[in-house]
Design a protein around this ligand. Structure first.
Ligand code: ZN
Length: 617
C-alpha cells in the first residue's frame, strides 16, 4: 500500500508540518514572535534580548528538561517581570499546560493581569490566536485559552492556592507575600505543592529580597547561585559588578554625581564608564557558585548596577540620600536601597538588635522630668497605651531631623488623670517658655474602646489609634468612625464622626529602634531626661525582631512604654514634624503643629544593620 494513502501516516505528517519550531528556546522564539504593544510596556515592539542579554540564560533554563525551578533574586528595573511574561507567553504558544501566576494580593494579581498579561495576549498575534471566541473565557483572574488555562491569584487566599494541579507556577514578588508564620502552611508551600502532579513541571520564583530568612534569598542559596560576570574593557578580566566598585566625585553637585560616577575594575583599576555598560552586558556570562546545587534548580541574582535603564550615578544619588536619612536614625530608605537596588537581603545585626538599658542611659541629658529643652523644640506629642487597670503614657518633644527629648513618662489610673498630665498645665523650658502637647495618640484596642473614643471626642488633640503589624507600604492610614461600639455589644452613632489612626507598628518600631542607635551628639538623637524610670529602661529593651523581621514581645516581659513611644513617634510623623522648621525667634506655646503640612513618610520600613561597606563611605 502506498504510504500516502494511509490516513494515520498522513495525519502524522500533517502534525509534524504544523508542529512548532521546537529548536527555538524561549528568548529566540520571543524575538521572532512576541510583540509587546504600547498598552503593556513603555518599550513596544518585537521582544529584543540585546538590551538585557542577562535575560537569556534564565529563559533557556526554563525550557531545559532537566530544570524544575528557576529563581530570580533580581533588583528593581532589571526586567524581572519581562522574563516572567516571556516564559509564560512561550508556554501559551509552544508548550501549553495549566499555569498559575501568584502575586502578593488579589488586587496585585488583577493589576498585573489587566496592565501586563491581558494586553500582551490580546495584542500579540502569536498569542491571540489561542484565545477562544467566548468573551467570558478571558477574565482577569482566569483565562481559558484553546490549549491551556492561565490562573491568577493573590497569595492571601490559601484555600484557592491548594486547589487544581498546575504545570507552570509563576510566583512573583514572593518576599512581599503575607507573613505566614502564624498559619499552618504558608502560601508559597501551597503553591509549590500544586505542581507536584506534573513530573515535568516548572516553578519560577521571582522577587527583590527582604531578609536573609526570606523565601527568595533562601531559594537563591538552594539553587546554582549564578551571578552575571562582565569583562573589563581594559584588561578583559571577568568580574561581578558590585556596589563597592562604584566611585563618585566628592561634591554636592548632583549633576556631577549623576554623570561622572564610574566603576573601577577590581583587576586593573581602570575607569569603566556608563557608556561601556551595553558592550560589557553583551559579552557577559552567568557563572554558578554552588557546586552542590541540584541540576534541577537554577538560581540567578542581579543588582540594578546591571540595568540599562538606571545610570550608575542615579544609584549613587539614591544611596547618598538614604545614607543621610540613616544618620538621623531612619534606616528605611537604606534598607530599601539594599533590597530593591542591590538585590541583597538586609542582614540583621545582633549587636544593634539587642538594645540594652545602657543604650538608653547613654541618651540621658541634664533635664528634670517634665522639663522641655531650651532650644530646637517644634512640637510636643504623647503616646498612651491602654491597659485594663490604667494607662501608660509618654510625653515627648520633637525638633528638626526628628531629634527628640523624653519629657515625662509614667502610669495613670484613669483618663482624667491622663488629661490633667497632658493639658492640665503647660510644659516649660528652663527659660519659662510654655509648650503644649499638640497631638496624643491613645490606644483604642482592648476592653476600653468605648471609653477611649469618648475621651478623644472631648479632647480634640487626642486621637484613637489602632496598631497593625503591616499596612502594606503605608506607615499610617486614617479611618473615620461613625459608630461607637458599646460594651453591651450595641453601637450608637457619633455625630460628625471620629478619626481613627491605623499605624504600621512594625514600621514605627523599626524607626524607633534605628533612632535609639543614634548617638546623643548627632542630629536625630532620642534624648531621655535625667530621672528616667526603671520601667522605661526595661520596657524599651524587651521587644525583639524575629527572623522574619516581625517584632515580638517575649512572654512575661512588659513593653507598654515602648508602645507609648511608638505612638508618640507616629503622632509626630502624622503631624508632619519633619516638615516643620523653626519660625525665626522663639515661639511661645508652640507645638500645636497646625502650620505643618501633613506628609506621610515615603520610606519603607527600615531594619537594622548598616552593611560593612556603609561606614567606609
Ligand atoms: Zn580591568
Amino acid at each position: 500500500m502506498p504510504l500516502q494513502s494511509s490516513p494515520k501516516i498522513l495525519s502524522n505528517w500533517w502534525a509534524q508540518a504544523w508542529a512548532p519550531p521546537s529548536e527555538l528556546n524561549p528568548w529566540q522564539w520571543a524575538e521572532q514572535e512576541l510583540e509587546f504593544s504600547a498598552r503593556s510596556t513603555p518599550f513596544p515592539g518585537l521582544f529584543r534580548s540585546a538590551l538585557t542579554p542577562y535575560i537569556r540564560s534564565p529563559l533557556e533554563a526554563f525550557q531545559d528538561p532537566a530544570v524544575r525551578r528557576v529563581t530570580l533574586c533580581w533588583s528593581a528595573q532589571s526586567s524581572k517581570t519581562t522574563a516572567l511574561l516571556v516564559a509564560l507567553a512561550y508556554c501559551i504558544a509552544q508548550d501549553p499546560g495549566p499555569a498559575l501566576v501568584v502575586q502578593s494580593s488579589e488586587s496585585a494579581a488583577r493589576s498585573f493581569s489587566k496592565n501586563r498579561l491581558q494586553p500582551l495576549i490580546q495584542d500579540c498575534e502569536a498569542l491571540a490566536r489561542h484565545m477562544t471566541a467566548k468573551k467570558h473565557d478571558f477574565s482577569a483572574l482566569e483565562m481559558l485559552l484553546d490549549r491551556m488555562t492561565v490562573y491568577l491569584q493573590g497569595a492571601q487566599s490559601p484555600a484557592q492556592l491548594a486547589s487544581r494541579p498546575i504545570k507552570f507556577l509563576f510566583a512573583d514578588e514572593v518576599d512581599k507575600w503575607e507573613d505566614q508564620s502564624a498559619k499552618e502552611a504558608d502560601a508559597l508551600s501551597l503553591a509549590l505543592e500544586r505542581t507536584k502532579s506534573y513530573r515535568n513541571h516548572k516553578q519560577v520564583l521571582a522577587s527583590t529580597p527582604t531578609l536573609e530568612a526570606g523565601p527568595i534569598w533562601q531559594s537563591f542559596l538552594a539553587g546554582s547561585q549564578e551571578q552575571f560576570h562582565l569583562p573589563c574593557p581594559s584588561c578583559g578580566a571577568l568580574f561581578v559588578l558590585e556596589w563597592g566598585q562604584l566611585q563618585w566625585p566628592e561634591t554636592a553637585d548632583k549633576d556631577r554625581i549623576k554623570y561622572e560616577s564610574f566603576v573601577e575594575c577590581p583587576s586593573c583599576t581602570a575607569r569603566i564608564e556608563e557608556k561601556d555598560k551595553p558592550g560589557m552586558l553583551a559579552q557577559g556570562q552567568w557563572i554558578a557558585a554552588n557546586p552542590s546545587a541540584q541540576e534541577s534548580h537554577r538560581s540567578f541574582s542581579l543588582s540594578e548596577l546591571y540595568s540599562p535603564l538606571t545610570r550608575w550615578g542615579d544609584l549613587a544619588l539614591k544611596f547618598l540620600q538614604a545614607q543621610a536619612e540613616a544618620k538621623t536614625g531612619n534606616l528605611g530608605p537604606l534598607h530599601n536601597f539594599i533590597n530593591s537596588s542591590l538585590a541583597e537581603p538586609w542582614q540583621e545585626d545582633e549587636h544593634q538588635e539587642r538594645r540594652k538599658p545602657d543604650t538608653i542611659l547613654n541618651l540621658v541629658d541634664g533635664r528634670q522630668p517634665g522639663e522641655v529643652p531650651a532650644s530646637g523644640v517644634l512640637a510636643l506629642t504623647a503616646g498612651i497605651d491602654t491597659q485594663d487597670h490604667g494607662f501608660w503614657f509618654v510625653v515627648r518633644a520633637w525638633g528638626e531631623n526628628l531629634t527628640s527629648w523624653l519629657v515625662r513618662e509614667g502610669f495613670a489610673p484613669d483618663l482624667e488623670t491622663v488629661a490633667a498630665i497632658l493639658w492640665g498645665s503647660s510644659y516649660r523650658d528652663e527659660k519659662g517658655q510654655e509648650y503644649i502637647v499638640g497631638s496624643a495618640l491613645v490606644d483604642a484596642m482592648g476592653h476600653r474602646t468605648e471609653e477611649v473614643y469618648n475621651f478623644c471626642r472631648s479632647n480634640p488633640k487626642a486621637t484613637p489609634v489602632k496598631g497593625e503589624q503591616r499596612l502594606h507600604g503605608q506607615p499610617w492610614k486614617v479611618s473615620v468612625l461613625d459608630k461607637i461600639p458599646r460594651r453591651d455589644g450595641k453601637q450608637y452613632p457619633i455625630p460628625g464622626g471620629l478619626k481613627l489612626f491605623r499605624v504600621d507598628t512594625n514600621h514605627y518600631k523599626d524607626l524607633l529602634a534605628g533612632k535609639l542607635q543614634v548617638s546623643a551628639q548627632e542630629p536625630g538623637a532620642f534624648h531621655v531626661h535625667q530621672d528616667v524610670s526603671g520601667d522605661y529602661l526595661s520596657h524599651l529593651t524587651a521587644e525583639f525582631r524575629d527572623e522574619k523581621g516581625i517584632w515580638r514581645q517575649p512572654k512575661h516581659k512588659r513593653c507598654d512604654l515602648w508602645d507609648c513611644e511608638v505612638y508618640a513617634l507616629a503622632a509626630a510623623d502624622i503631624m508632619g514634624v519633619r516638615f516643620l522648621r523653626p519660625s525665626g525667634g522663639a515661639s511661645s506655646r508652640s507645638g500645636s503643629g497646625q502650620n505643618g503640612k501633613k506628609g506621610p513618610d515615603g520610606g519603607n520600613s527600615g531594619l537594622r544593620k548598616k552593611p560593612s561597606w556603609f561606614n567606609n563611605r
